[in-house]
Design a protein around this ligand. Structure first.
Ligand code: 13P
Ligand code: SF4
Length: 362
């Protein structure tokens, strides 16, 4: 049966039956498979993860495991990262190959290489710019960073990575998320006049030669379509309606939202913050809906609200459903892997170098 026909059959299977089949097959495969699950996964899938975490923790776990098959319940760049960090005999599967990340798509190899060429008309980037890519990026961009003395960062270690990067060279080119770079730099006291935005659609990113010469941080004009939906007005409303409420935000939110927030951190840091707070603490959280809903269930003694009145859900994270997870497990059982992520060898070595630089600091 081809993959599409199998999925159609699985969608006709009652959910309770399907969940029972996943449990059985997962148990049968034992240590032949490791399931990694990002915090934004829907509950029915998240429940099957052997290890859950933010991008940093999951990349560390991928680097440590010797499981022959790794099913990554997350998005494409996460599975690519796992493939880069694992040994050649280990297989990484992404249950739905269409589970991408719109932010990662906002910077491609060609655009970043053009940026580097344009910068070299004004400065010598290989001498004075450390390229830093957010882990939410293609393997090609991680490889670019490896080649040019750069590094990868996540939302959980961005400050440490920027410190390292400025210790190497006087300027940083940060892509693809403007907000993570900007929010981190603001907390490090970098003044506004030392940051410029690079718009890949414009010549020289839309900057003058003078601005490039004086910048310490060049921020790629990229963003997360989910986190951009949170606004400061939402925080104002929450504070008006709930005395003593704490606003927690992911650093992919805008600078204004992060500046008004009481706490800013990666998904893992947000979970830890809520877990460690005393009973009765109230939170409004600016990150993806599946995680916030899970926190609500996990901590019924701590009232939790979603910061936005709109539904801010990562539609690509949501693509991974029990049907796709079961199909991935079946493909391992049958020795007929259908959703493997393979980073080309010519990108792997340098991408690994950039990731290992990060992991040695993280
Ligand atoms: P974390 O690394 O904080 O889990 O974030 C990943 C992500 O894609 C957030 O949008
Ligand atoms: Fe990408 Fe945003 Fe989804 Fe995270 S939440 S995977 S950054 S689109």
């Amino acid at each position: 049966m081809n993959a599409q026909a199998l999925l159609e059959q699985l969608y006709d299977t009652p959910e309770s039956e399907l969940i029972a089949q996943i449990k059985q097959l997962r148990a049968d495969l034992g240590d032949q498979v490791l399931i990694l699950g990002h915090h934004y996964q829907r509950e029915e899938v998240f429940a099957f993860a052997d290890i859950t975490g933010d991008s940093l923790k999951l990349s560390q776990k991928a680097a440590e495991t010797d499981a022959p098959n790794i099913i990554f319940c997350g998005v494409h760049f996460m599975a690519e990262t796992a493939d880069i960090l694992t040994a050649p005999h280990q297989v990484v599967l992404l249950p739905d190959l269409a589970a991408g990340c719109s932010m990662a798509d906002m910077a491609d190899d060609e655009q970043v290489n053009r940026c580097w060429r344009e910068l070299s008309e004004v400065i010598n980037p290989d001498e004075c710019v450390t390229p830093v890519t957010y882990i939410n990026s293609t393997a090609a961009l991680k490889s670019f960073c490896g080649e040019h003395g750069g590094i990868v960062c996540t939302s959980g270690n961005a400050r440490k990575i920027l410190e390292w990067s400025w210790a190497q060279r006087e300027k940083i080119l940060f892509f693809p998320d403007q907000h993570l770079g900007e929010n981190t730099a603001v907390t490090m006291g970098i003044p506004d006049d030392q940051m410029i935005i690079w718009d890949p659609a414009l010549p020289m990113g839309g900057n003058s030669r003078d601005a490039i010469e004086h910048a310490r941080l060049i921020l790629w004009k990229g963003f997360c379509s989910v986190h951009q939906l949170f606004k400061t007005e939402h925080a104002d409303t929450m504070r008006r309606n709930h005395d003593g409420i704490e606003i927690l935000a992911h650093p992919e939110c805008s600078r204004a939202v992060c500046e008004t927030a009481d706490f800013v951190g990666s998904t893992e840091m947000i979970i830890k913050h809520v877990a460690e707070a005393p009973a009765g603490s109230k939170f409004a959280i600016a990150t993806e809906l599946n995680l916030v809903n899970r926190l609500r269930l996990q901590f019924p003694d701590k009232p939790i609200w979603f910061l936005s009145p709109m539904v801010c859900m990562c539609s690509t994270m949501f693509r991974t459903d029990p049907q796709h997870l079961y199909a991935a497990l079946l493909s391992i059982r049958d020795g007929n892997i259908t959703h493997q992520i393979i980073v080309p060898d010519n990108q792997k070595r340098l991408a690994k170098l950039a990731l290992e630089r990060m992991l040695s600091l993280a």
